[in-house]
Design a protein around this ligand. Structure first.
Ligand code: WT7
Length: 649
């Protein structure tokens, strides 16, 4: 890998970038030598109501894990994303909104307008009884109101929990319940790729039985008919008419929670990742500026949805804290056709474009004419996120989209990390296709031998990836369950934050992420716990047992392969297969729909009854040679049957 072809930045990029190779080395060293000094300096990126005097206060010891940054400082995130820009850039566009349908009107929202809309929405939330520390669930399409809602919560000190609009009513209900939300903000409908989902219906279903305290604030967006829950529901536009646009920001402690975001793990139900105010904002702002080499006047576009952490940090908080122009796209890459991304880039003269490998692979399959007919000369930096990018997709992105002249930042990070932990920087590193390259400032990656937990110091190295010390954007706890937080991230490799990923470090000390080492799969850049899909399947009355694993999928990266054992007396059929697919869609959402369902009369288990997933993974991957030792199985013949009836793809 160390002799892979490298792609150095152009002289122009080196000369103009915020950080060149020399600066990277110096700053990185400084961030390790004196974390307090380094982060105190970076803390000045944001405006503090009361300046901090403490910087880092961290303990990774199991049973005593605490993570505090800038703890005695006070600030308000929405003031940092709006008020502080009014004087210098009030008339500058903060958000460009591009609708699902290209024939509908684009919106340009200035910082002055963003400020006013945020204040009004904040006053509406207050009028509904929301105060500091209360939780608000946001279940919206990609419309400007989603950003207003986030900033409005931050303004009054409410904690938002965004639920991706593609999630089902059940998943929504679980998240409303999980954080005891007072209000759900939604819209009548959500258009995507020309099809409209009735979001308000989903909310009604989610809240039907147990939630007669939860109010719902509804954005009128698609104008379709919606069913009303009596006096618990409110139209946003009617409420906005009743409030003023003056709303002084609440003074928040740096360690007050800013948001909760549910994400999947290897066991149990999704957990509520908690991010706090000061450190998160500093880290989101800094990484946004440096990773994408953002400069004043640039038009920055991240294609993610605000339902994922990428949307939080790199559509809303990072860019807006920096006074950037950030593009928000409601649609999908292939509607009306596979040229849409590139048309939007041309139309708005996008300078930084940030998307997921799965989108690149899907578009690559459509041929390059969709790209080359558009003028992409405005693009300076390309980025990817969510999963490892295969060299073929990297090369296509580089040549066809970037014209061979744009650095590609392959950003490795997680919901838990708040911002990028490893990435090449546009003006500092010679990129290698598929490598996340180097740690960001303050990040100390370590590769451990998985079974002995010994740190491997030489290069090359391969093992599990941990981080040796904290950074300001790190998650602080699992909502309502600090013990689960400690167990998940600090128990397996004591003294380290365990990422759940495997990694290699090559002879040049560049990092390559090899994928999850736990029972988490990555489907189109979306994280999915196999346990979640399994529990959805076994909740079906005809299913006795199920085991779910990932398998390589050309477009999605990984697909969902499920083995299903039916209840006695039930017969497998095509109809039942369809029924189970629809069932999982309804239980979790379309992204969790199994790609393949194999009827399994039995599952390979140890004598103590533990399902041997290692074997199931190998069968799904079509890799029988590597089945390993099956002698500990209670009934080894099960494996032969599974191999014989393996699903062809
Ligand atoms: C997992 C985190 C971070 C926002 C999107 C996903 C995988 C993420 C990369 C990358 C290889 C990557 C990891 C990680 N991942 N980015 N550039 N190269 N793998 O956030 O849902 O929290 O998932 O996504 O496996 O642990 P997430």
């Amino acid at each position: 890998m160390s002799d892979a072809k490298t792609y150095p930045p152009s002289d122009d990029m080196i000369a103009n970038a915020h950080v060149n190779a020399d600066a990277y080395e110096k700053m990185y060293q400084a961030s390790l030598d004196d974390p307090d000094g380094f982060w105190a300096e970076q803390g000045k990126r944001v405006d503090w109501i009361k300046p901090f005097t403490q910087v880092k206060d961290v303990d990774f010891t199991l049973g005593n894990v605490k993570i505090n940054w800038y703890a005695d400082g006070q600030l308000n995130v929405s003031a940092n994303c709006t008020d502080r820009h009014l004087e210098t850039r009030g008339d500058q566009t903060a958000i460009i909104w591009e609708p699902d349908n290209p024939d509908d009107d684009t919106k340009h929202i200035t910082y002055t307008q963003l400020h006013a809309e945020t204040c009004k929405m904040a006053n509406v939330l207050r009028s509904l009884g929301v105060g500091k520390g209360d939780r608000v669930v946001i279940y919206l399409p990609m419309i400007p109101e989603a950003a207003y809602a986030m900033l409005a919560c931050a303004r009054i000190g409410a904690i938002h929990s965004i639920v991706f609009a593609g999630f089902s009513p059940d998943a929504l209900g679980a998240r409303v319940n999980g954080c005891n939300a007072k209000v759900v903000i939604t819209s009548d409908g959500a258009p995507r790729g020309g099809r409209v989902t009735n979001l308000k219906d989903n909310v009604n279903q989610a809240l039907l039985n147990d939630f007669d305290e939860v109010k719902c604030l509804v954005v009128k967006h698609t104008d379709q008919q919606v069913a009303w829950r009596g006096d618990l529901d409110f139209w946003l536009h009617e409420e906005l008419d009743k409030v003023s646009d003056d709303c002084p920001p609440e003074t928040m402690d740096a360690e007050d929670p800013l948001f909760i975001l549910y994400t999947s793990g290897s066991t149990g139900q999704p957990k509520g990742v908690v991010h706090t105010t000061g450190g998160y904002l500093v880290y989101a702002a800094m990484t946004h500026e440096i990773t994408f080499d953002y400069h004043d006047g640039d038009i920055y576009w991240c294609t993610a949805d605000v339902g994922w952490v990428t949307g939080h940090s790199y559509i809303v908080y990072g860019p807006l804290a920096n006074g950037a122009t950030t593009l928000m796209f409601e649609g999908v890459p292939t509607y009306p056709d596979a040229s849409r991304f590139w048309q939007v880039c041309e139309k708005h003269k996008v300078t930084q474009f940030y998307t997921a490998p799965t989108a690149i692979r899907a578009l690559m399959g459509q041929g390059k004419d969709f790209v080359t007919k558009c003028d992409l000369s405005s693009i300076k930096v390309l980025g990817t996120v969510g999963e490892p990018i295969n060299p073929e997709a990297w090369n296509w992105y580089n040549e066809v989209v970037g014209g061979g002249t744009c650095p590609i930042v392959d950003t490795w990070w997680q919901t838990e990390t708040g911002g990028h932990l490893m990435t090449p920087l546009p003006g500092a590193h010679a990129m290698k296709p598929g490598s996340a390259m180097k740690p960001f400032f303050g990040i100390q990656p370590v590769i451990l031998e998985p079974t002995t937990a010994e740190v491997i110091t030489e290069n090359p190295a391969e093992g599990v990836l941990c981080i040796a010390d904290s950074w300001p954007g790190q998650m602080r706890t699992v909502w309502g369950d600090h013990e689960r937080f400690e167990k998940t991230y600090f128990a397996d490799y004591p003294g380290y934050y365990f990422t759940g990923d495997g990694a290699k470090r090559d002879a040049d000390a560049d990092y390559w992420i090899t994928g999850r080492v736990d029972d988490v799969i990555n489907v189109s850049g979306h994280r999915m716990g196999t346990a979640e899909v399994e529990s959805a399947l076994v909740a079906h009355p005809k299913v006795a047992e199920s085991a779910v694993v990932g398998y390589p999928h050309e477009i999605k990266g990984q697909g969902i392969y499920s083995y299903v054992t039916l209840m006695g007396g039930e017969e497998p059929s095509e109809e039942l297969r369809k029924e189970l697919e629809a069932w999982v869609r309804a239980e979790i959402g379309p992204i969790a729909k199994p790609d393949l369902i194999q009827w399994a009369p039995g599952l390979p288990k140890t004598r103590s009854g533990k399902i041997m997933r290692r074997i199931l993974r190998k069968i799904a991957e079509n890799d029988y040679g590597a089945l390993g030792d099956t002698s500990t199985l209670a009934d080894p013949s099960v494996v032969d049957d599974l191999i014989k009836n393996r699903m062809n793809r």
